[in-house]
Design a binder for this molecule. Structure first.
Ligand code: CTP
Ligand code: MG
Length: 174
């Protein structure tokens, strides 16, 4: 049991910058679209109005705040860089997912189950591993942590939707 708990804690701590970068842009109202309102060759929006510069800035800011906290606690500036990389990867993963959704004809804000929940995890893990920033920071992300955070993100998604439903923010509990 202790080992499982350790794994859960380490997975959440390692992915916290990505999770916050993914969750905080939702507070943006009427931001500036990253695609500049432009359309792709298929006649659909490149990304759509759900991906904004303001969202990027907010997401990166919160990832950095976590990074500063890690730096203060551990006195290692590479943990700040690690956090920024994870936040950036999360946001890029979300942007790539929006690009794919538009190509599939799914409008902005309409669900793409699984892709919507894991895009930021794929993006942050890819960028971290590509730059080898996790190993450089001495906190290598393991396969077990990666798989566990996929499960945690899916559970959090179900939980937050249910709470939003109970609060009357959403009309359906999923
Ligand atoms: N958001 C933003 N900028 C980003 C990411 C998100 O402004 N880079 C804001 C938008 O207001 C968006 C909300 O956060 O509507 C929720 O994000 P998300 O669910 O990823 O976007 P969707 O509206 O569902 O759009 P898409 O279908 O393109 O994913
Ligand atoms: Mg969405």
């Amino acid at each position: 049991m202790d080992k499982v708990l350790d794994l859960v804690v380490s997975a959440i701590l390692k992915y916290l910058p990505a999770m916050l970068a993914n969750a905080t842009p939702v507070f943006v109202r009427n931001g500036t679209p990253i695609d500049g309102g432009k359309y792709f060759i298929d006649g659909k929006r490149i990304l759509g109005d759900g991906k904004t510069w303001e969202g990027l800035v907010i997401g990166l800011t919160f990832a950095s705040i976590i990074g500063v906290a890690y730096y203060v606690f551990c006195e290692q500036v590479i943990l700040l860089i690690y956090s920024i990389v994870l936040g950036l990867g999360a946001l890029l993963g979300d942007i790539v997912a929006a690009f794919i959704k538009r190509r599939l004809g799914i409008p902005r804000g309409k669900p793409a189950p699984i892709l919507d929940q894991i895009n930021f995890i794929l993006g942050s893990t890819f960028l971290a591993k590509f730059l080898r920033i996790d190993s450089a920071a001495g906190i290598t992300i393991t396969l077990a942590e990666f798989l566990l955070i996929l499960i945690i993100a899916s559970l959090l998604h179900v939980l937050t939707n249910f709470i939003a439903f109970k609060l009357g923010i959403k009309s359906v509990p999923w």
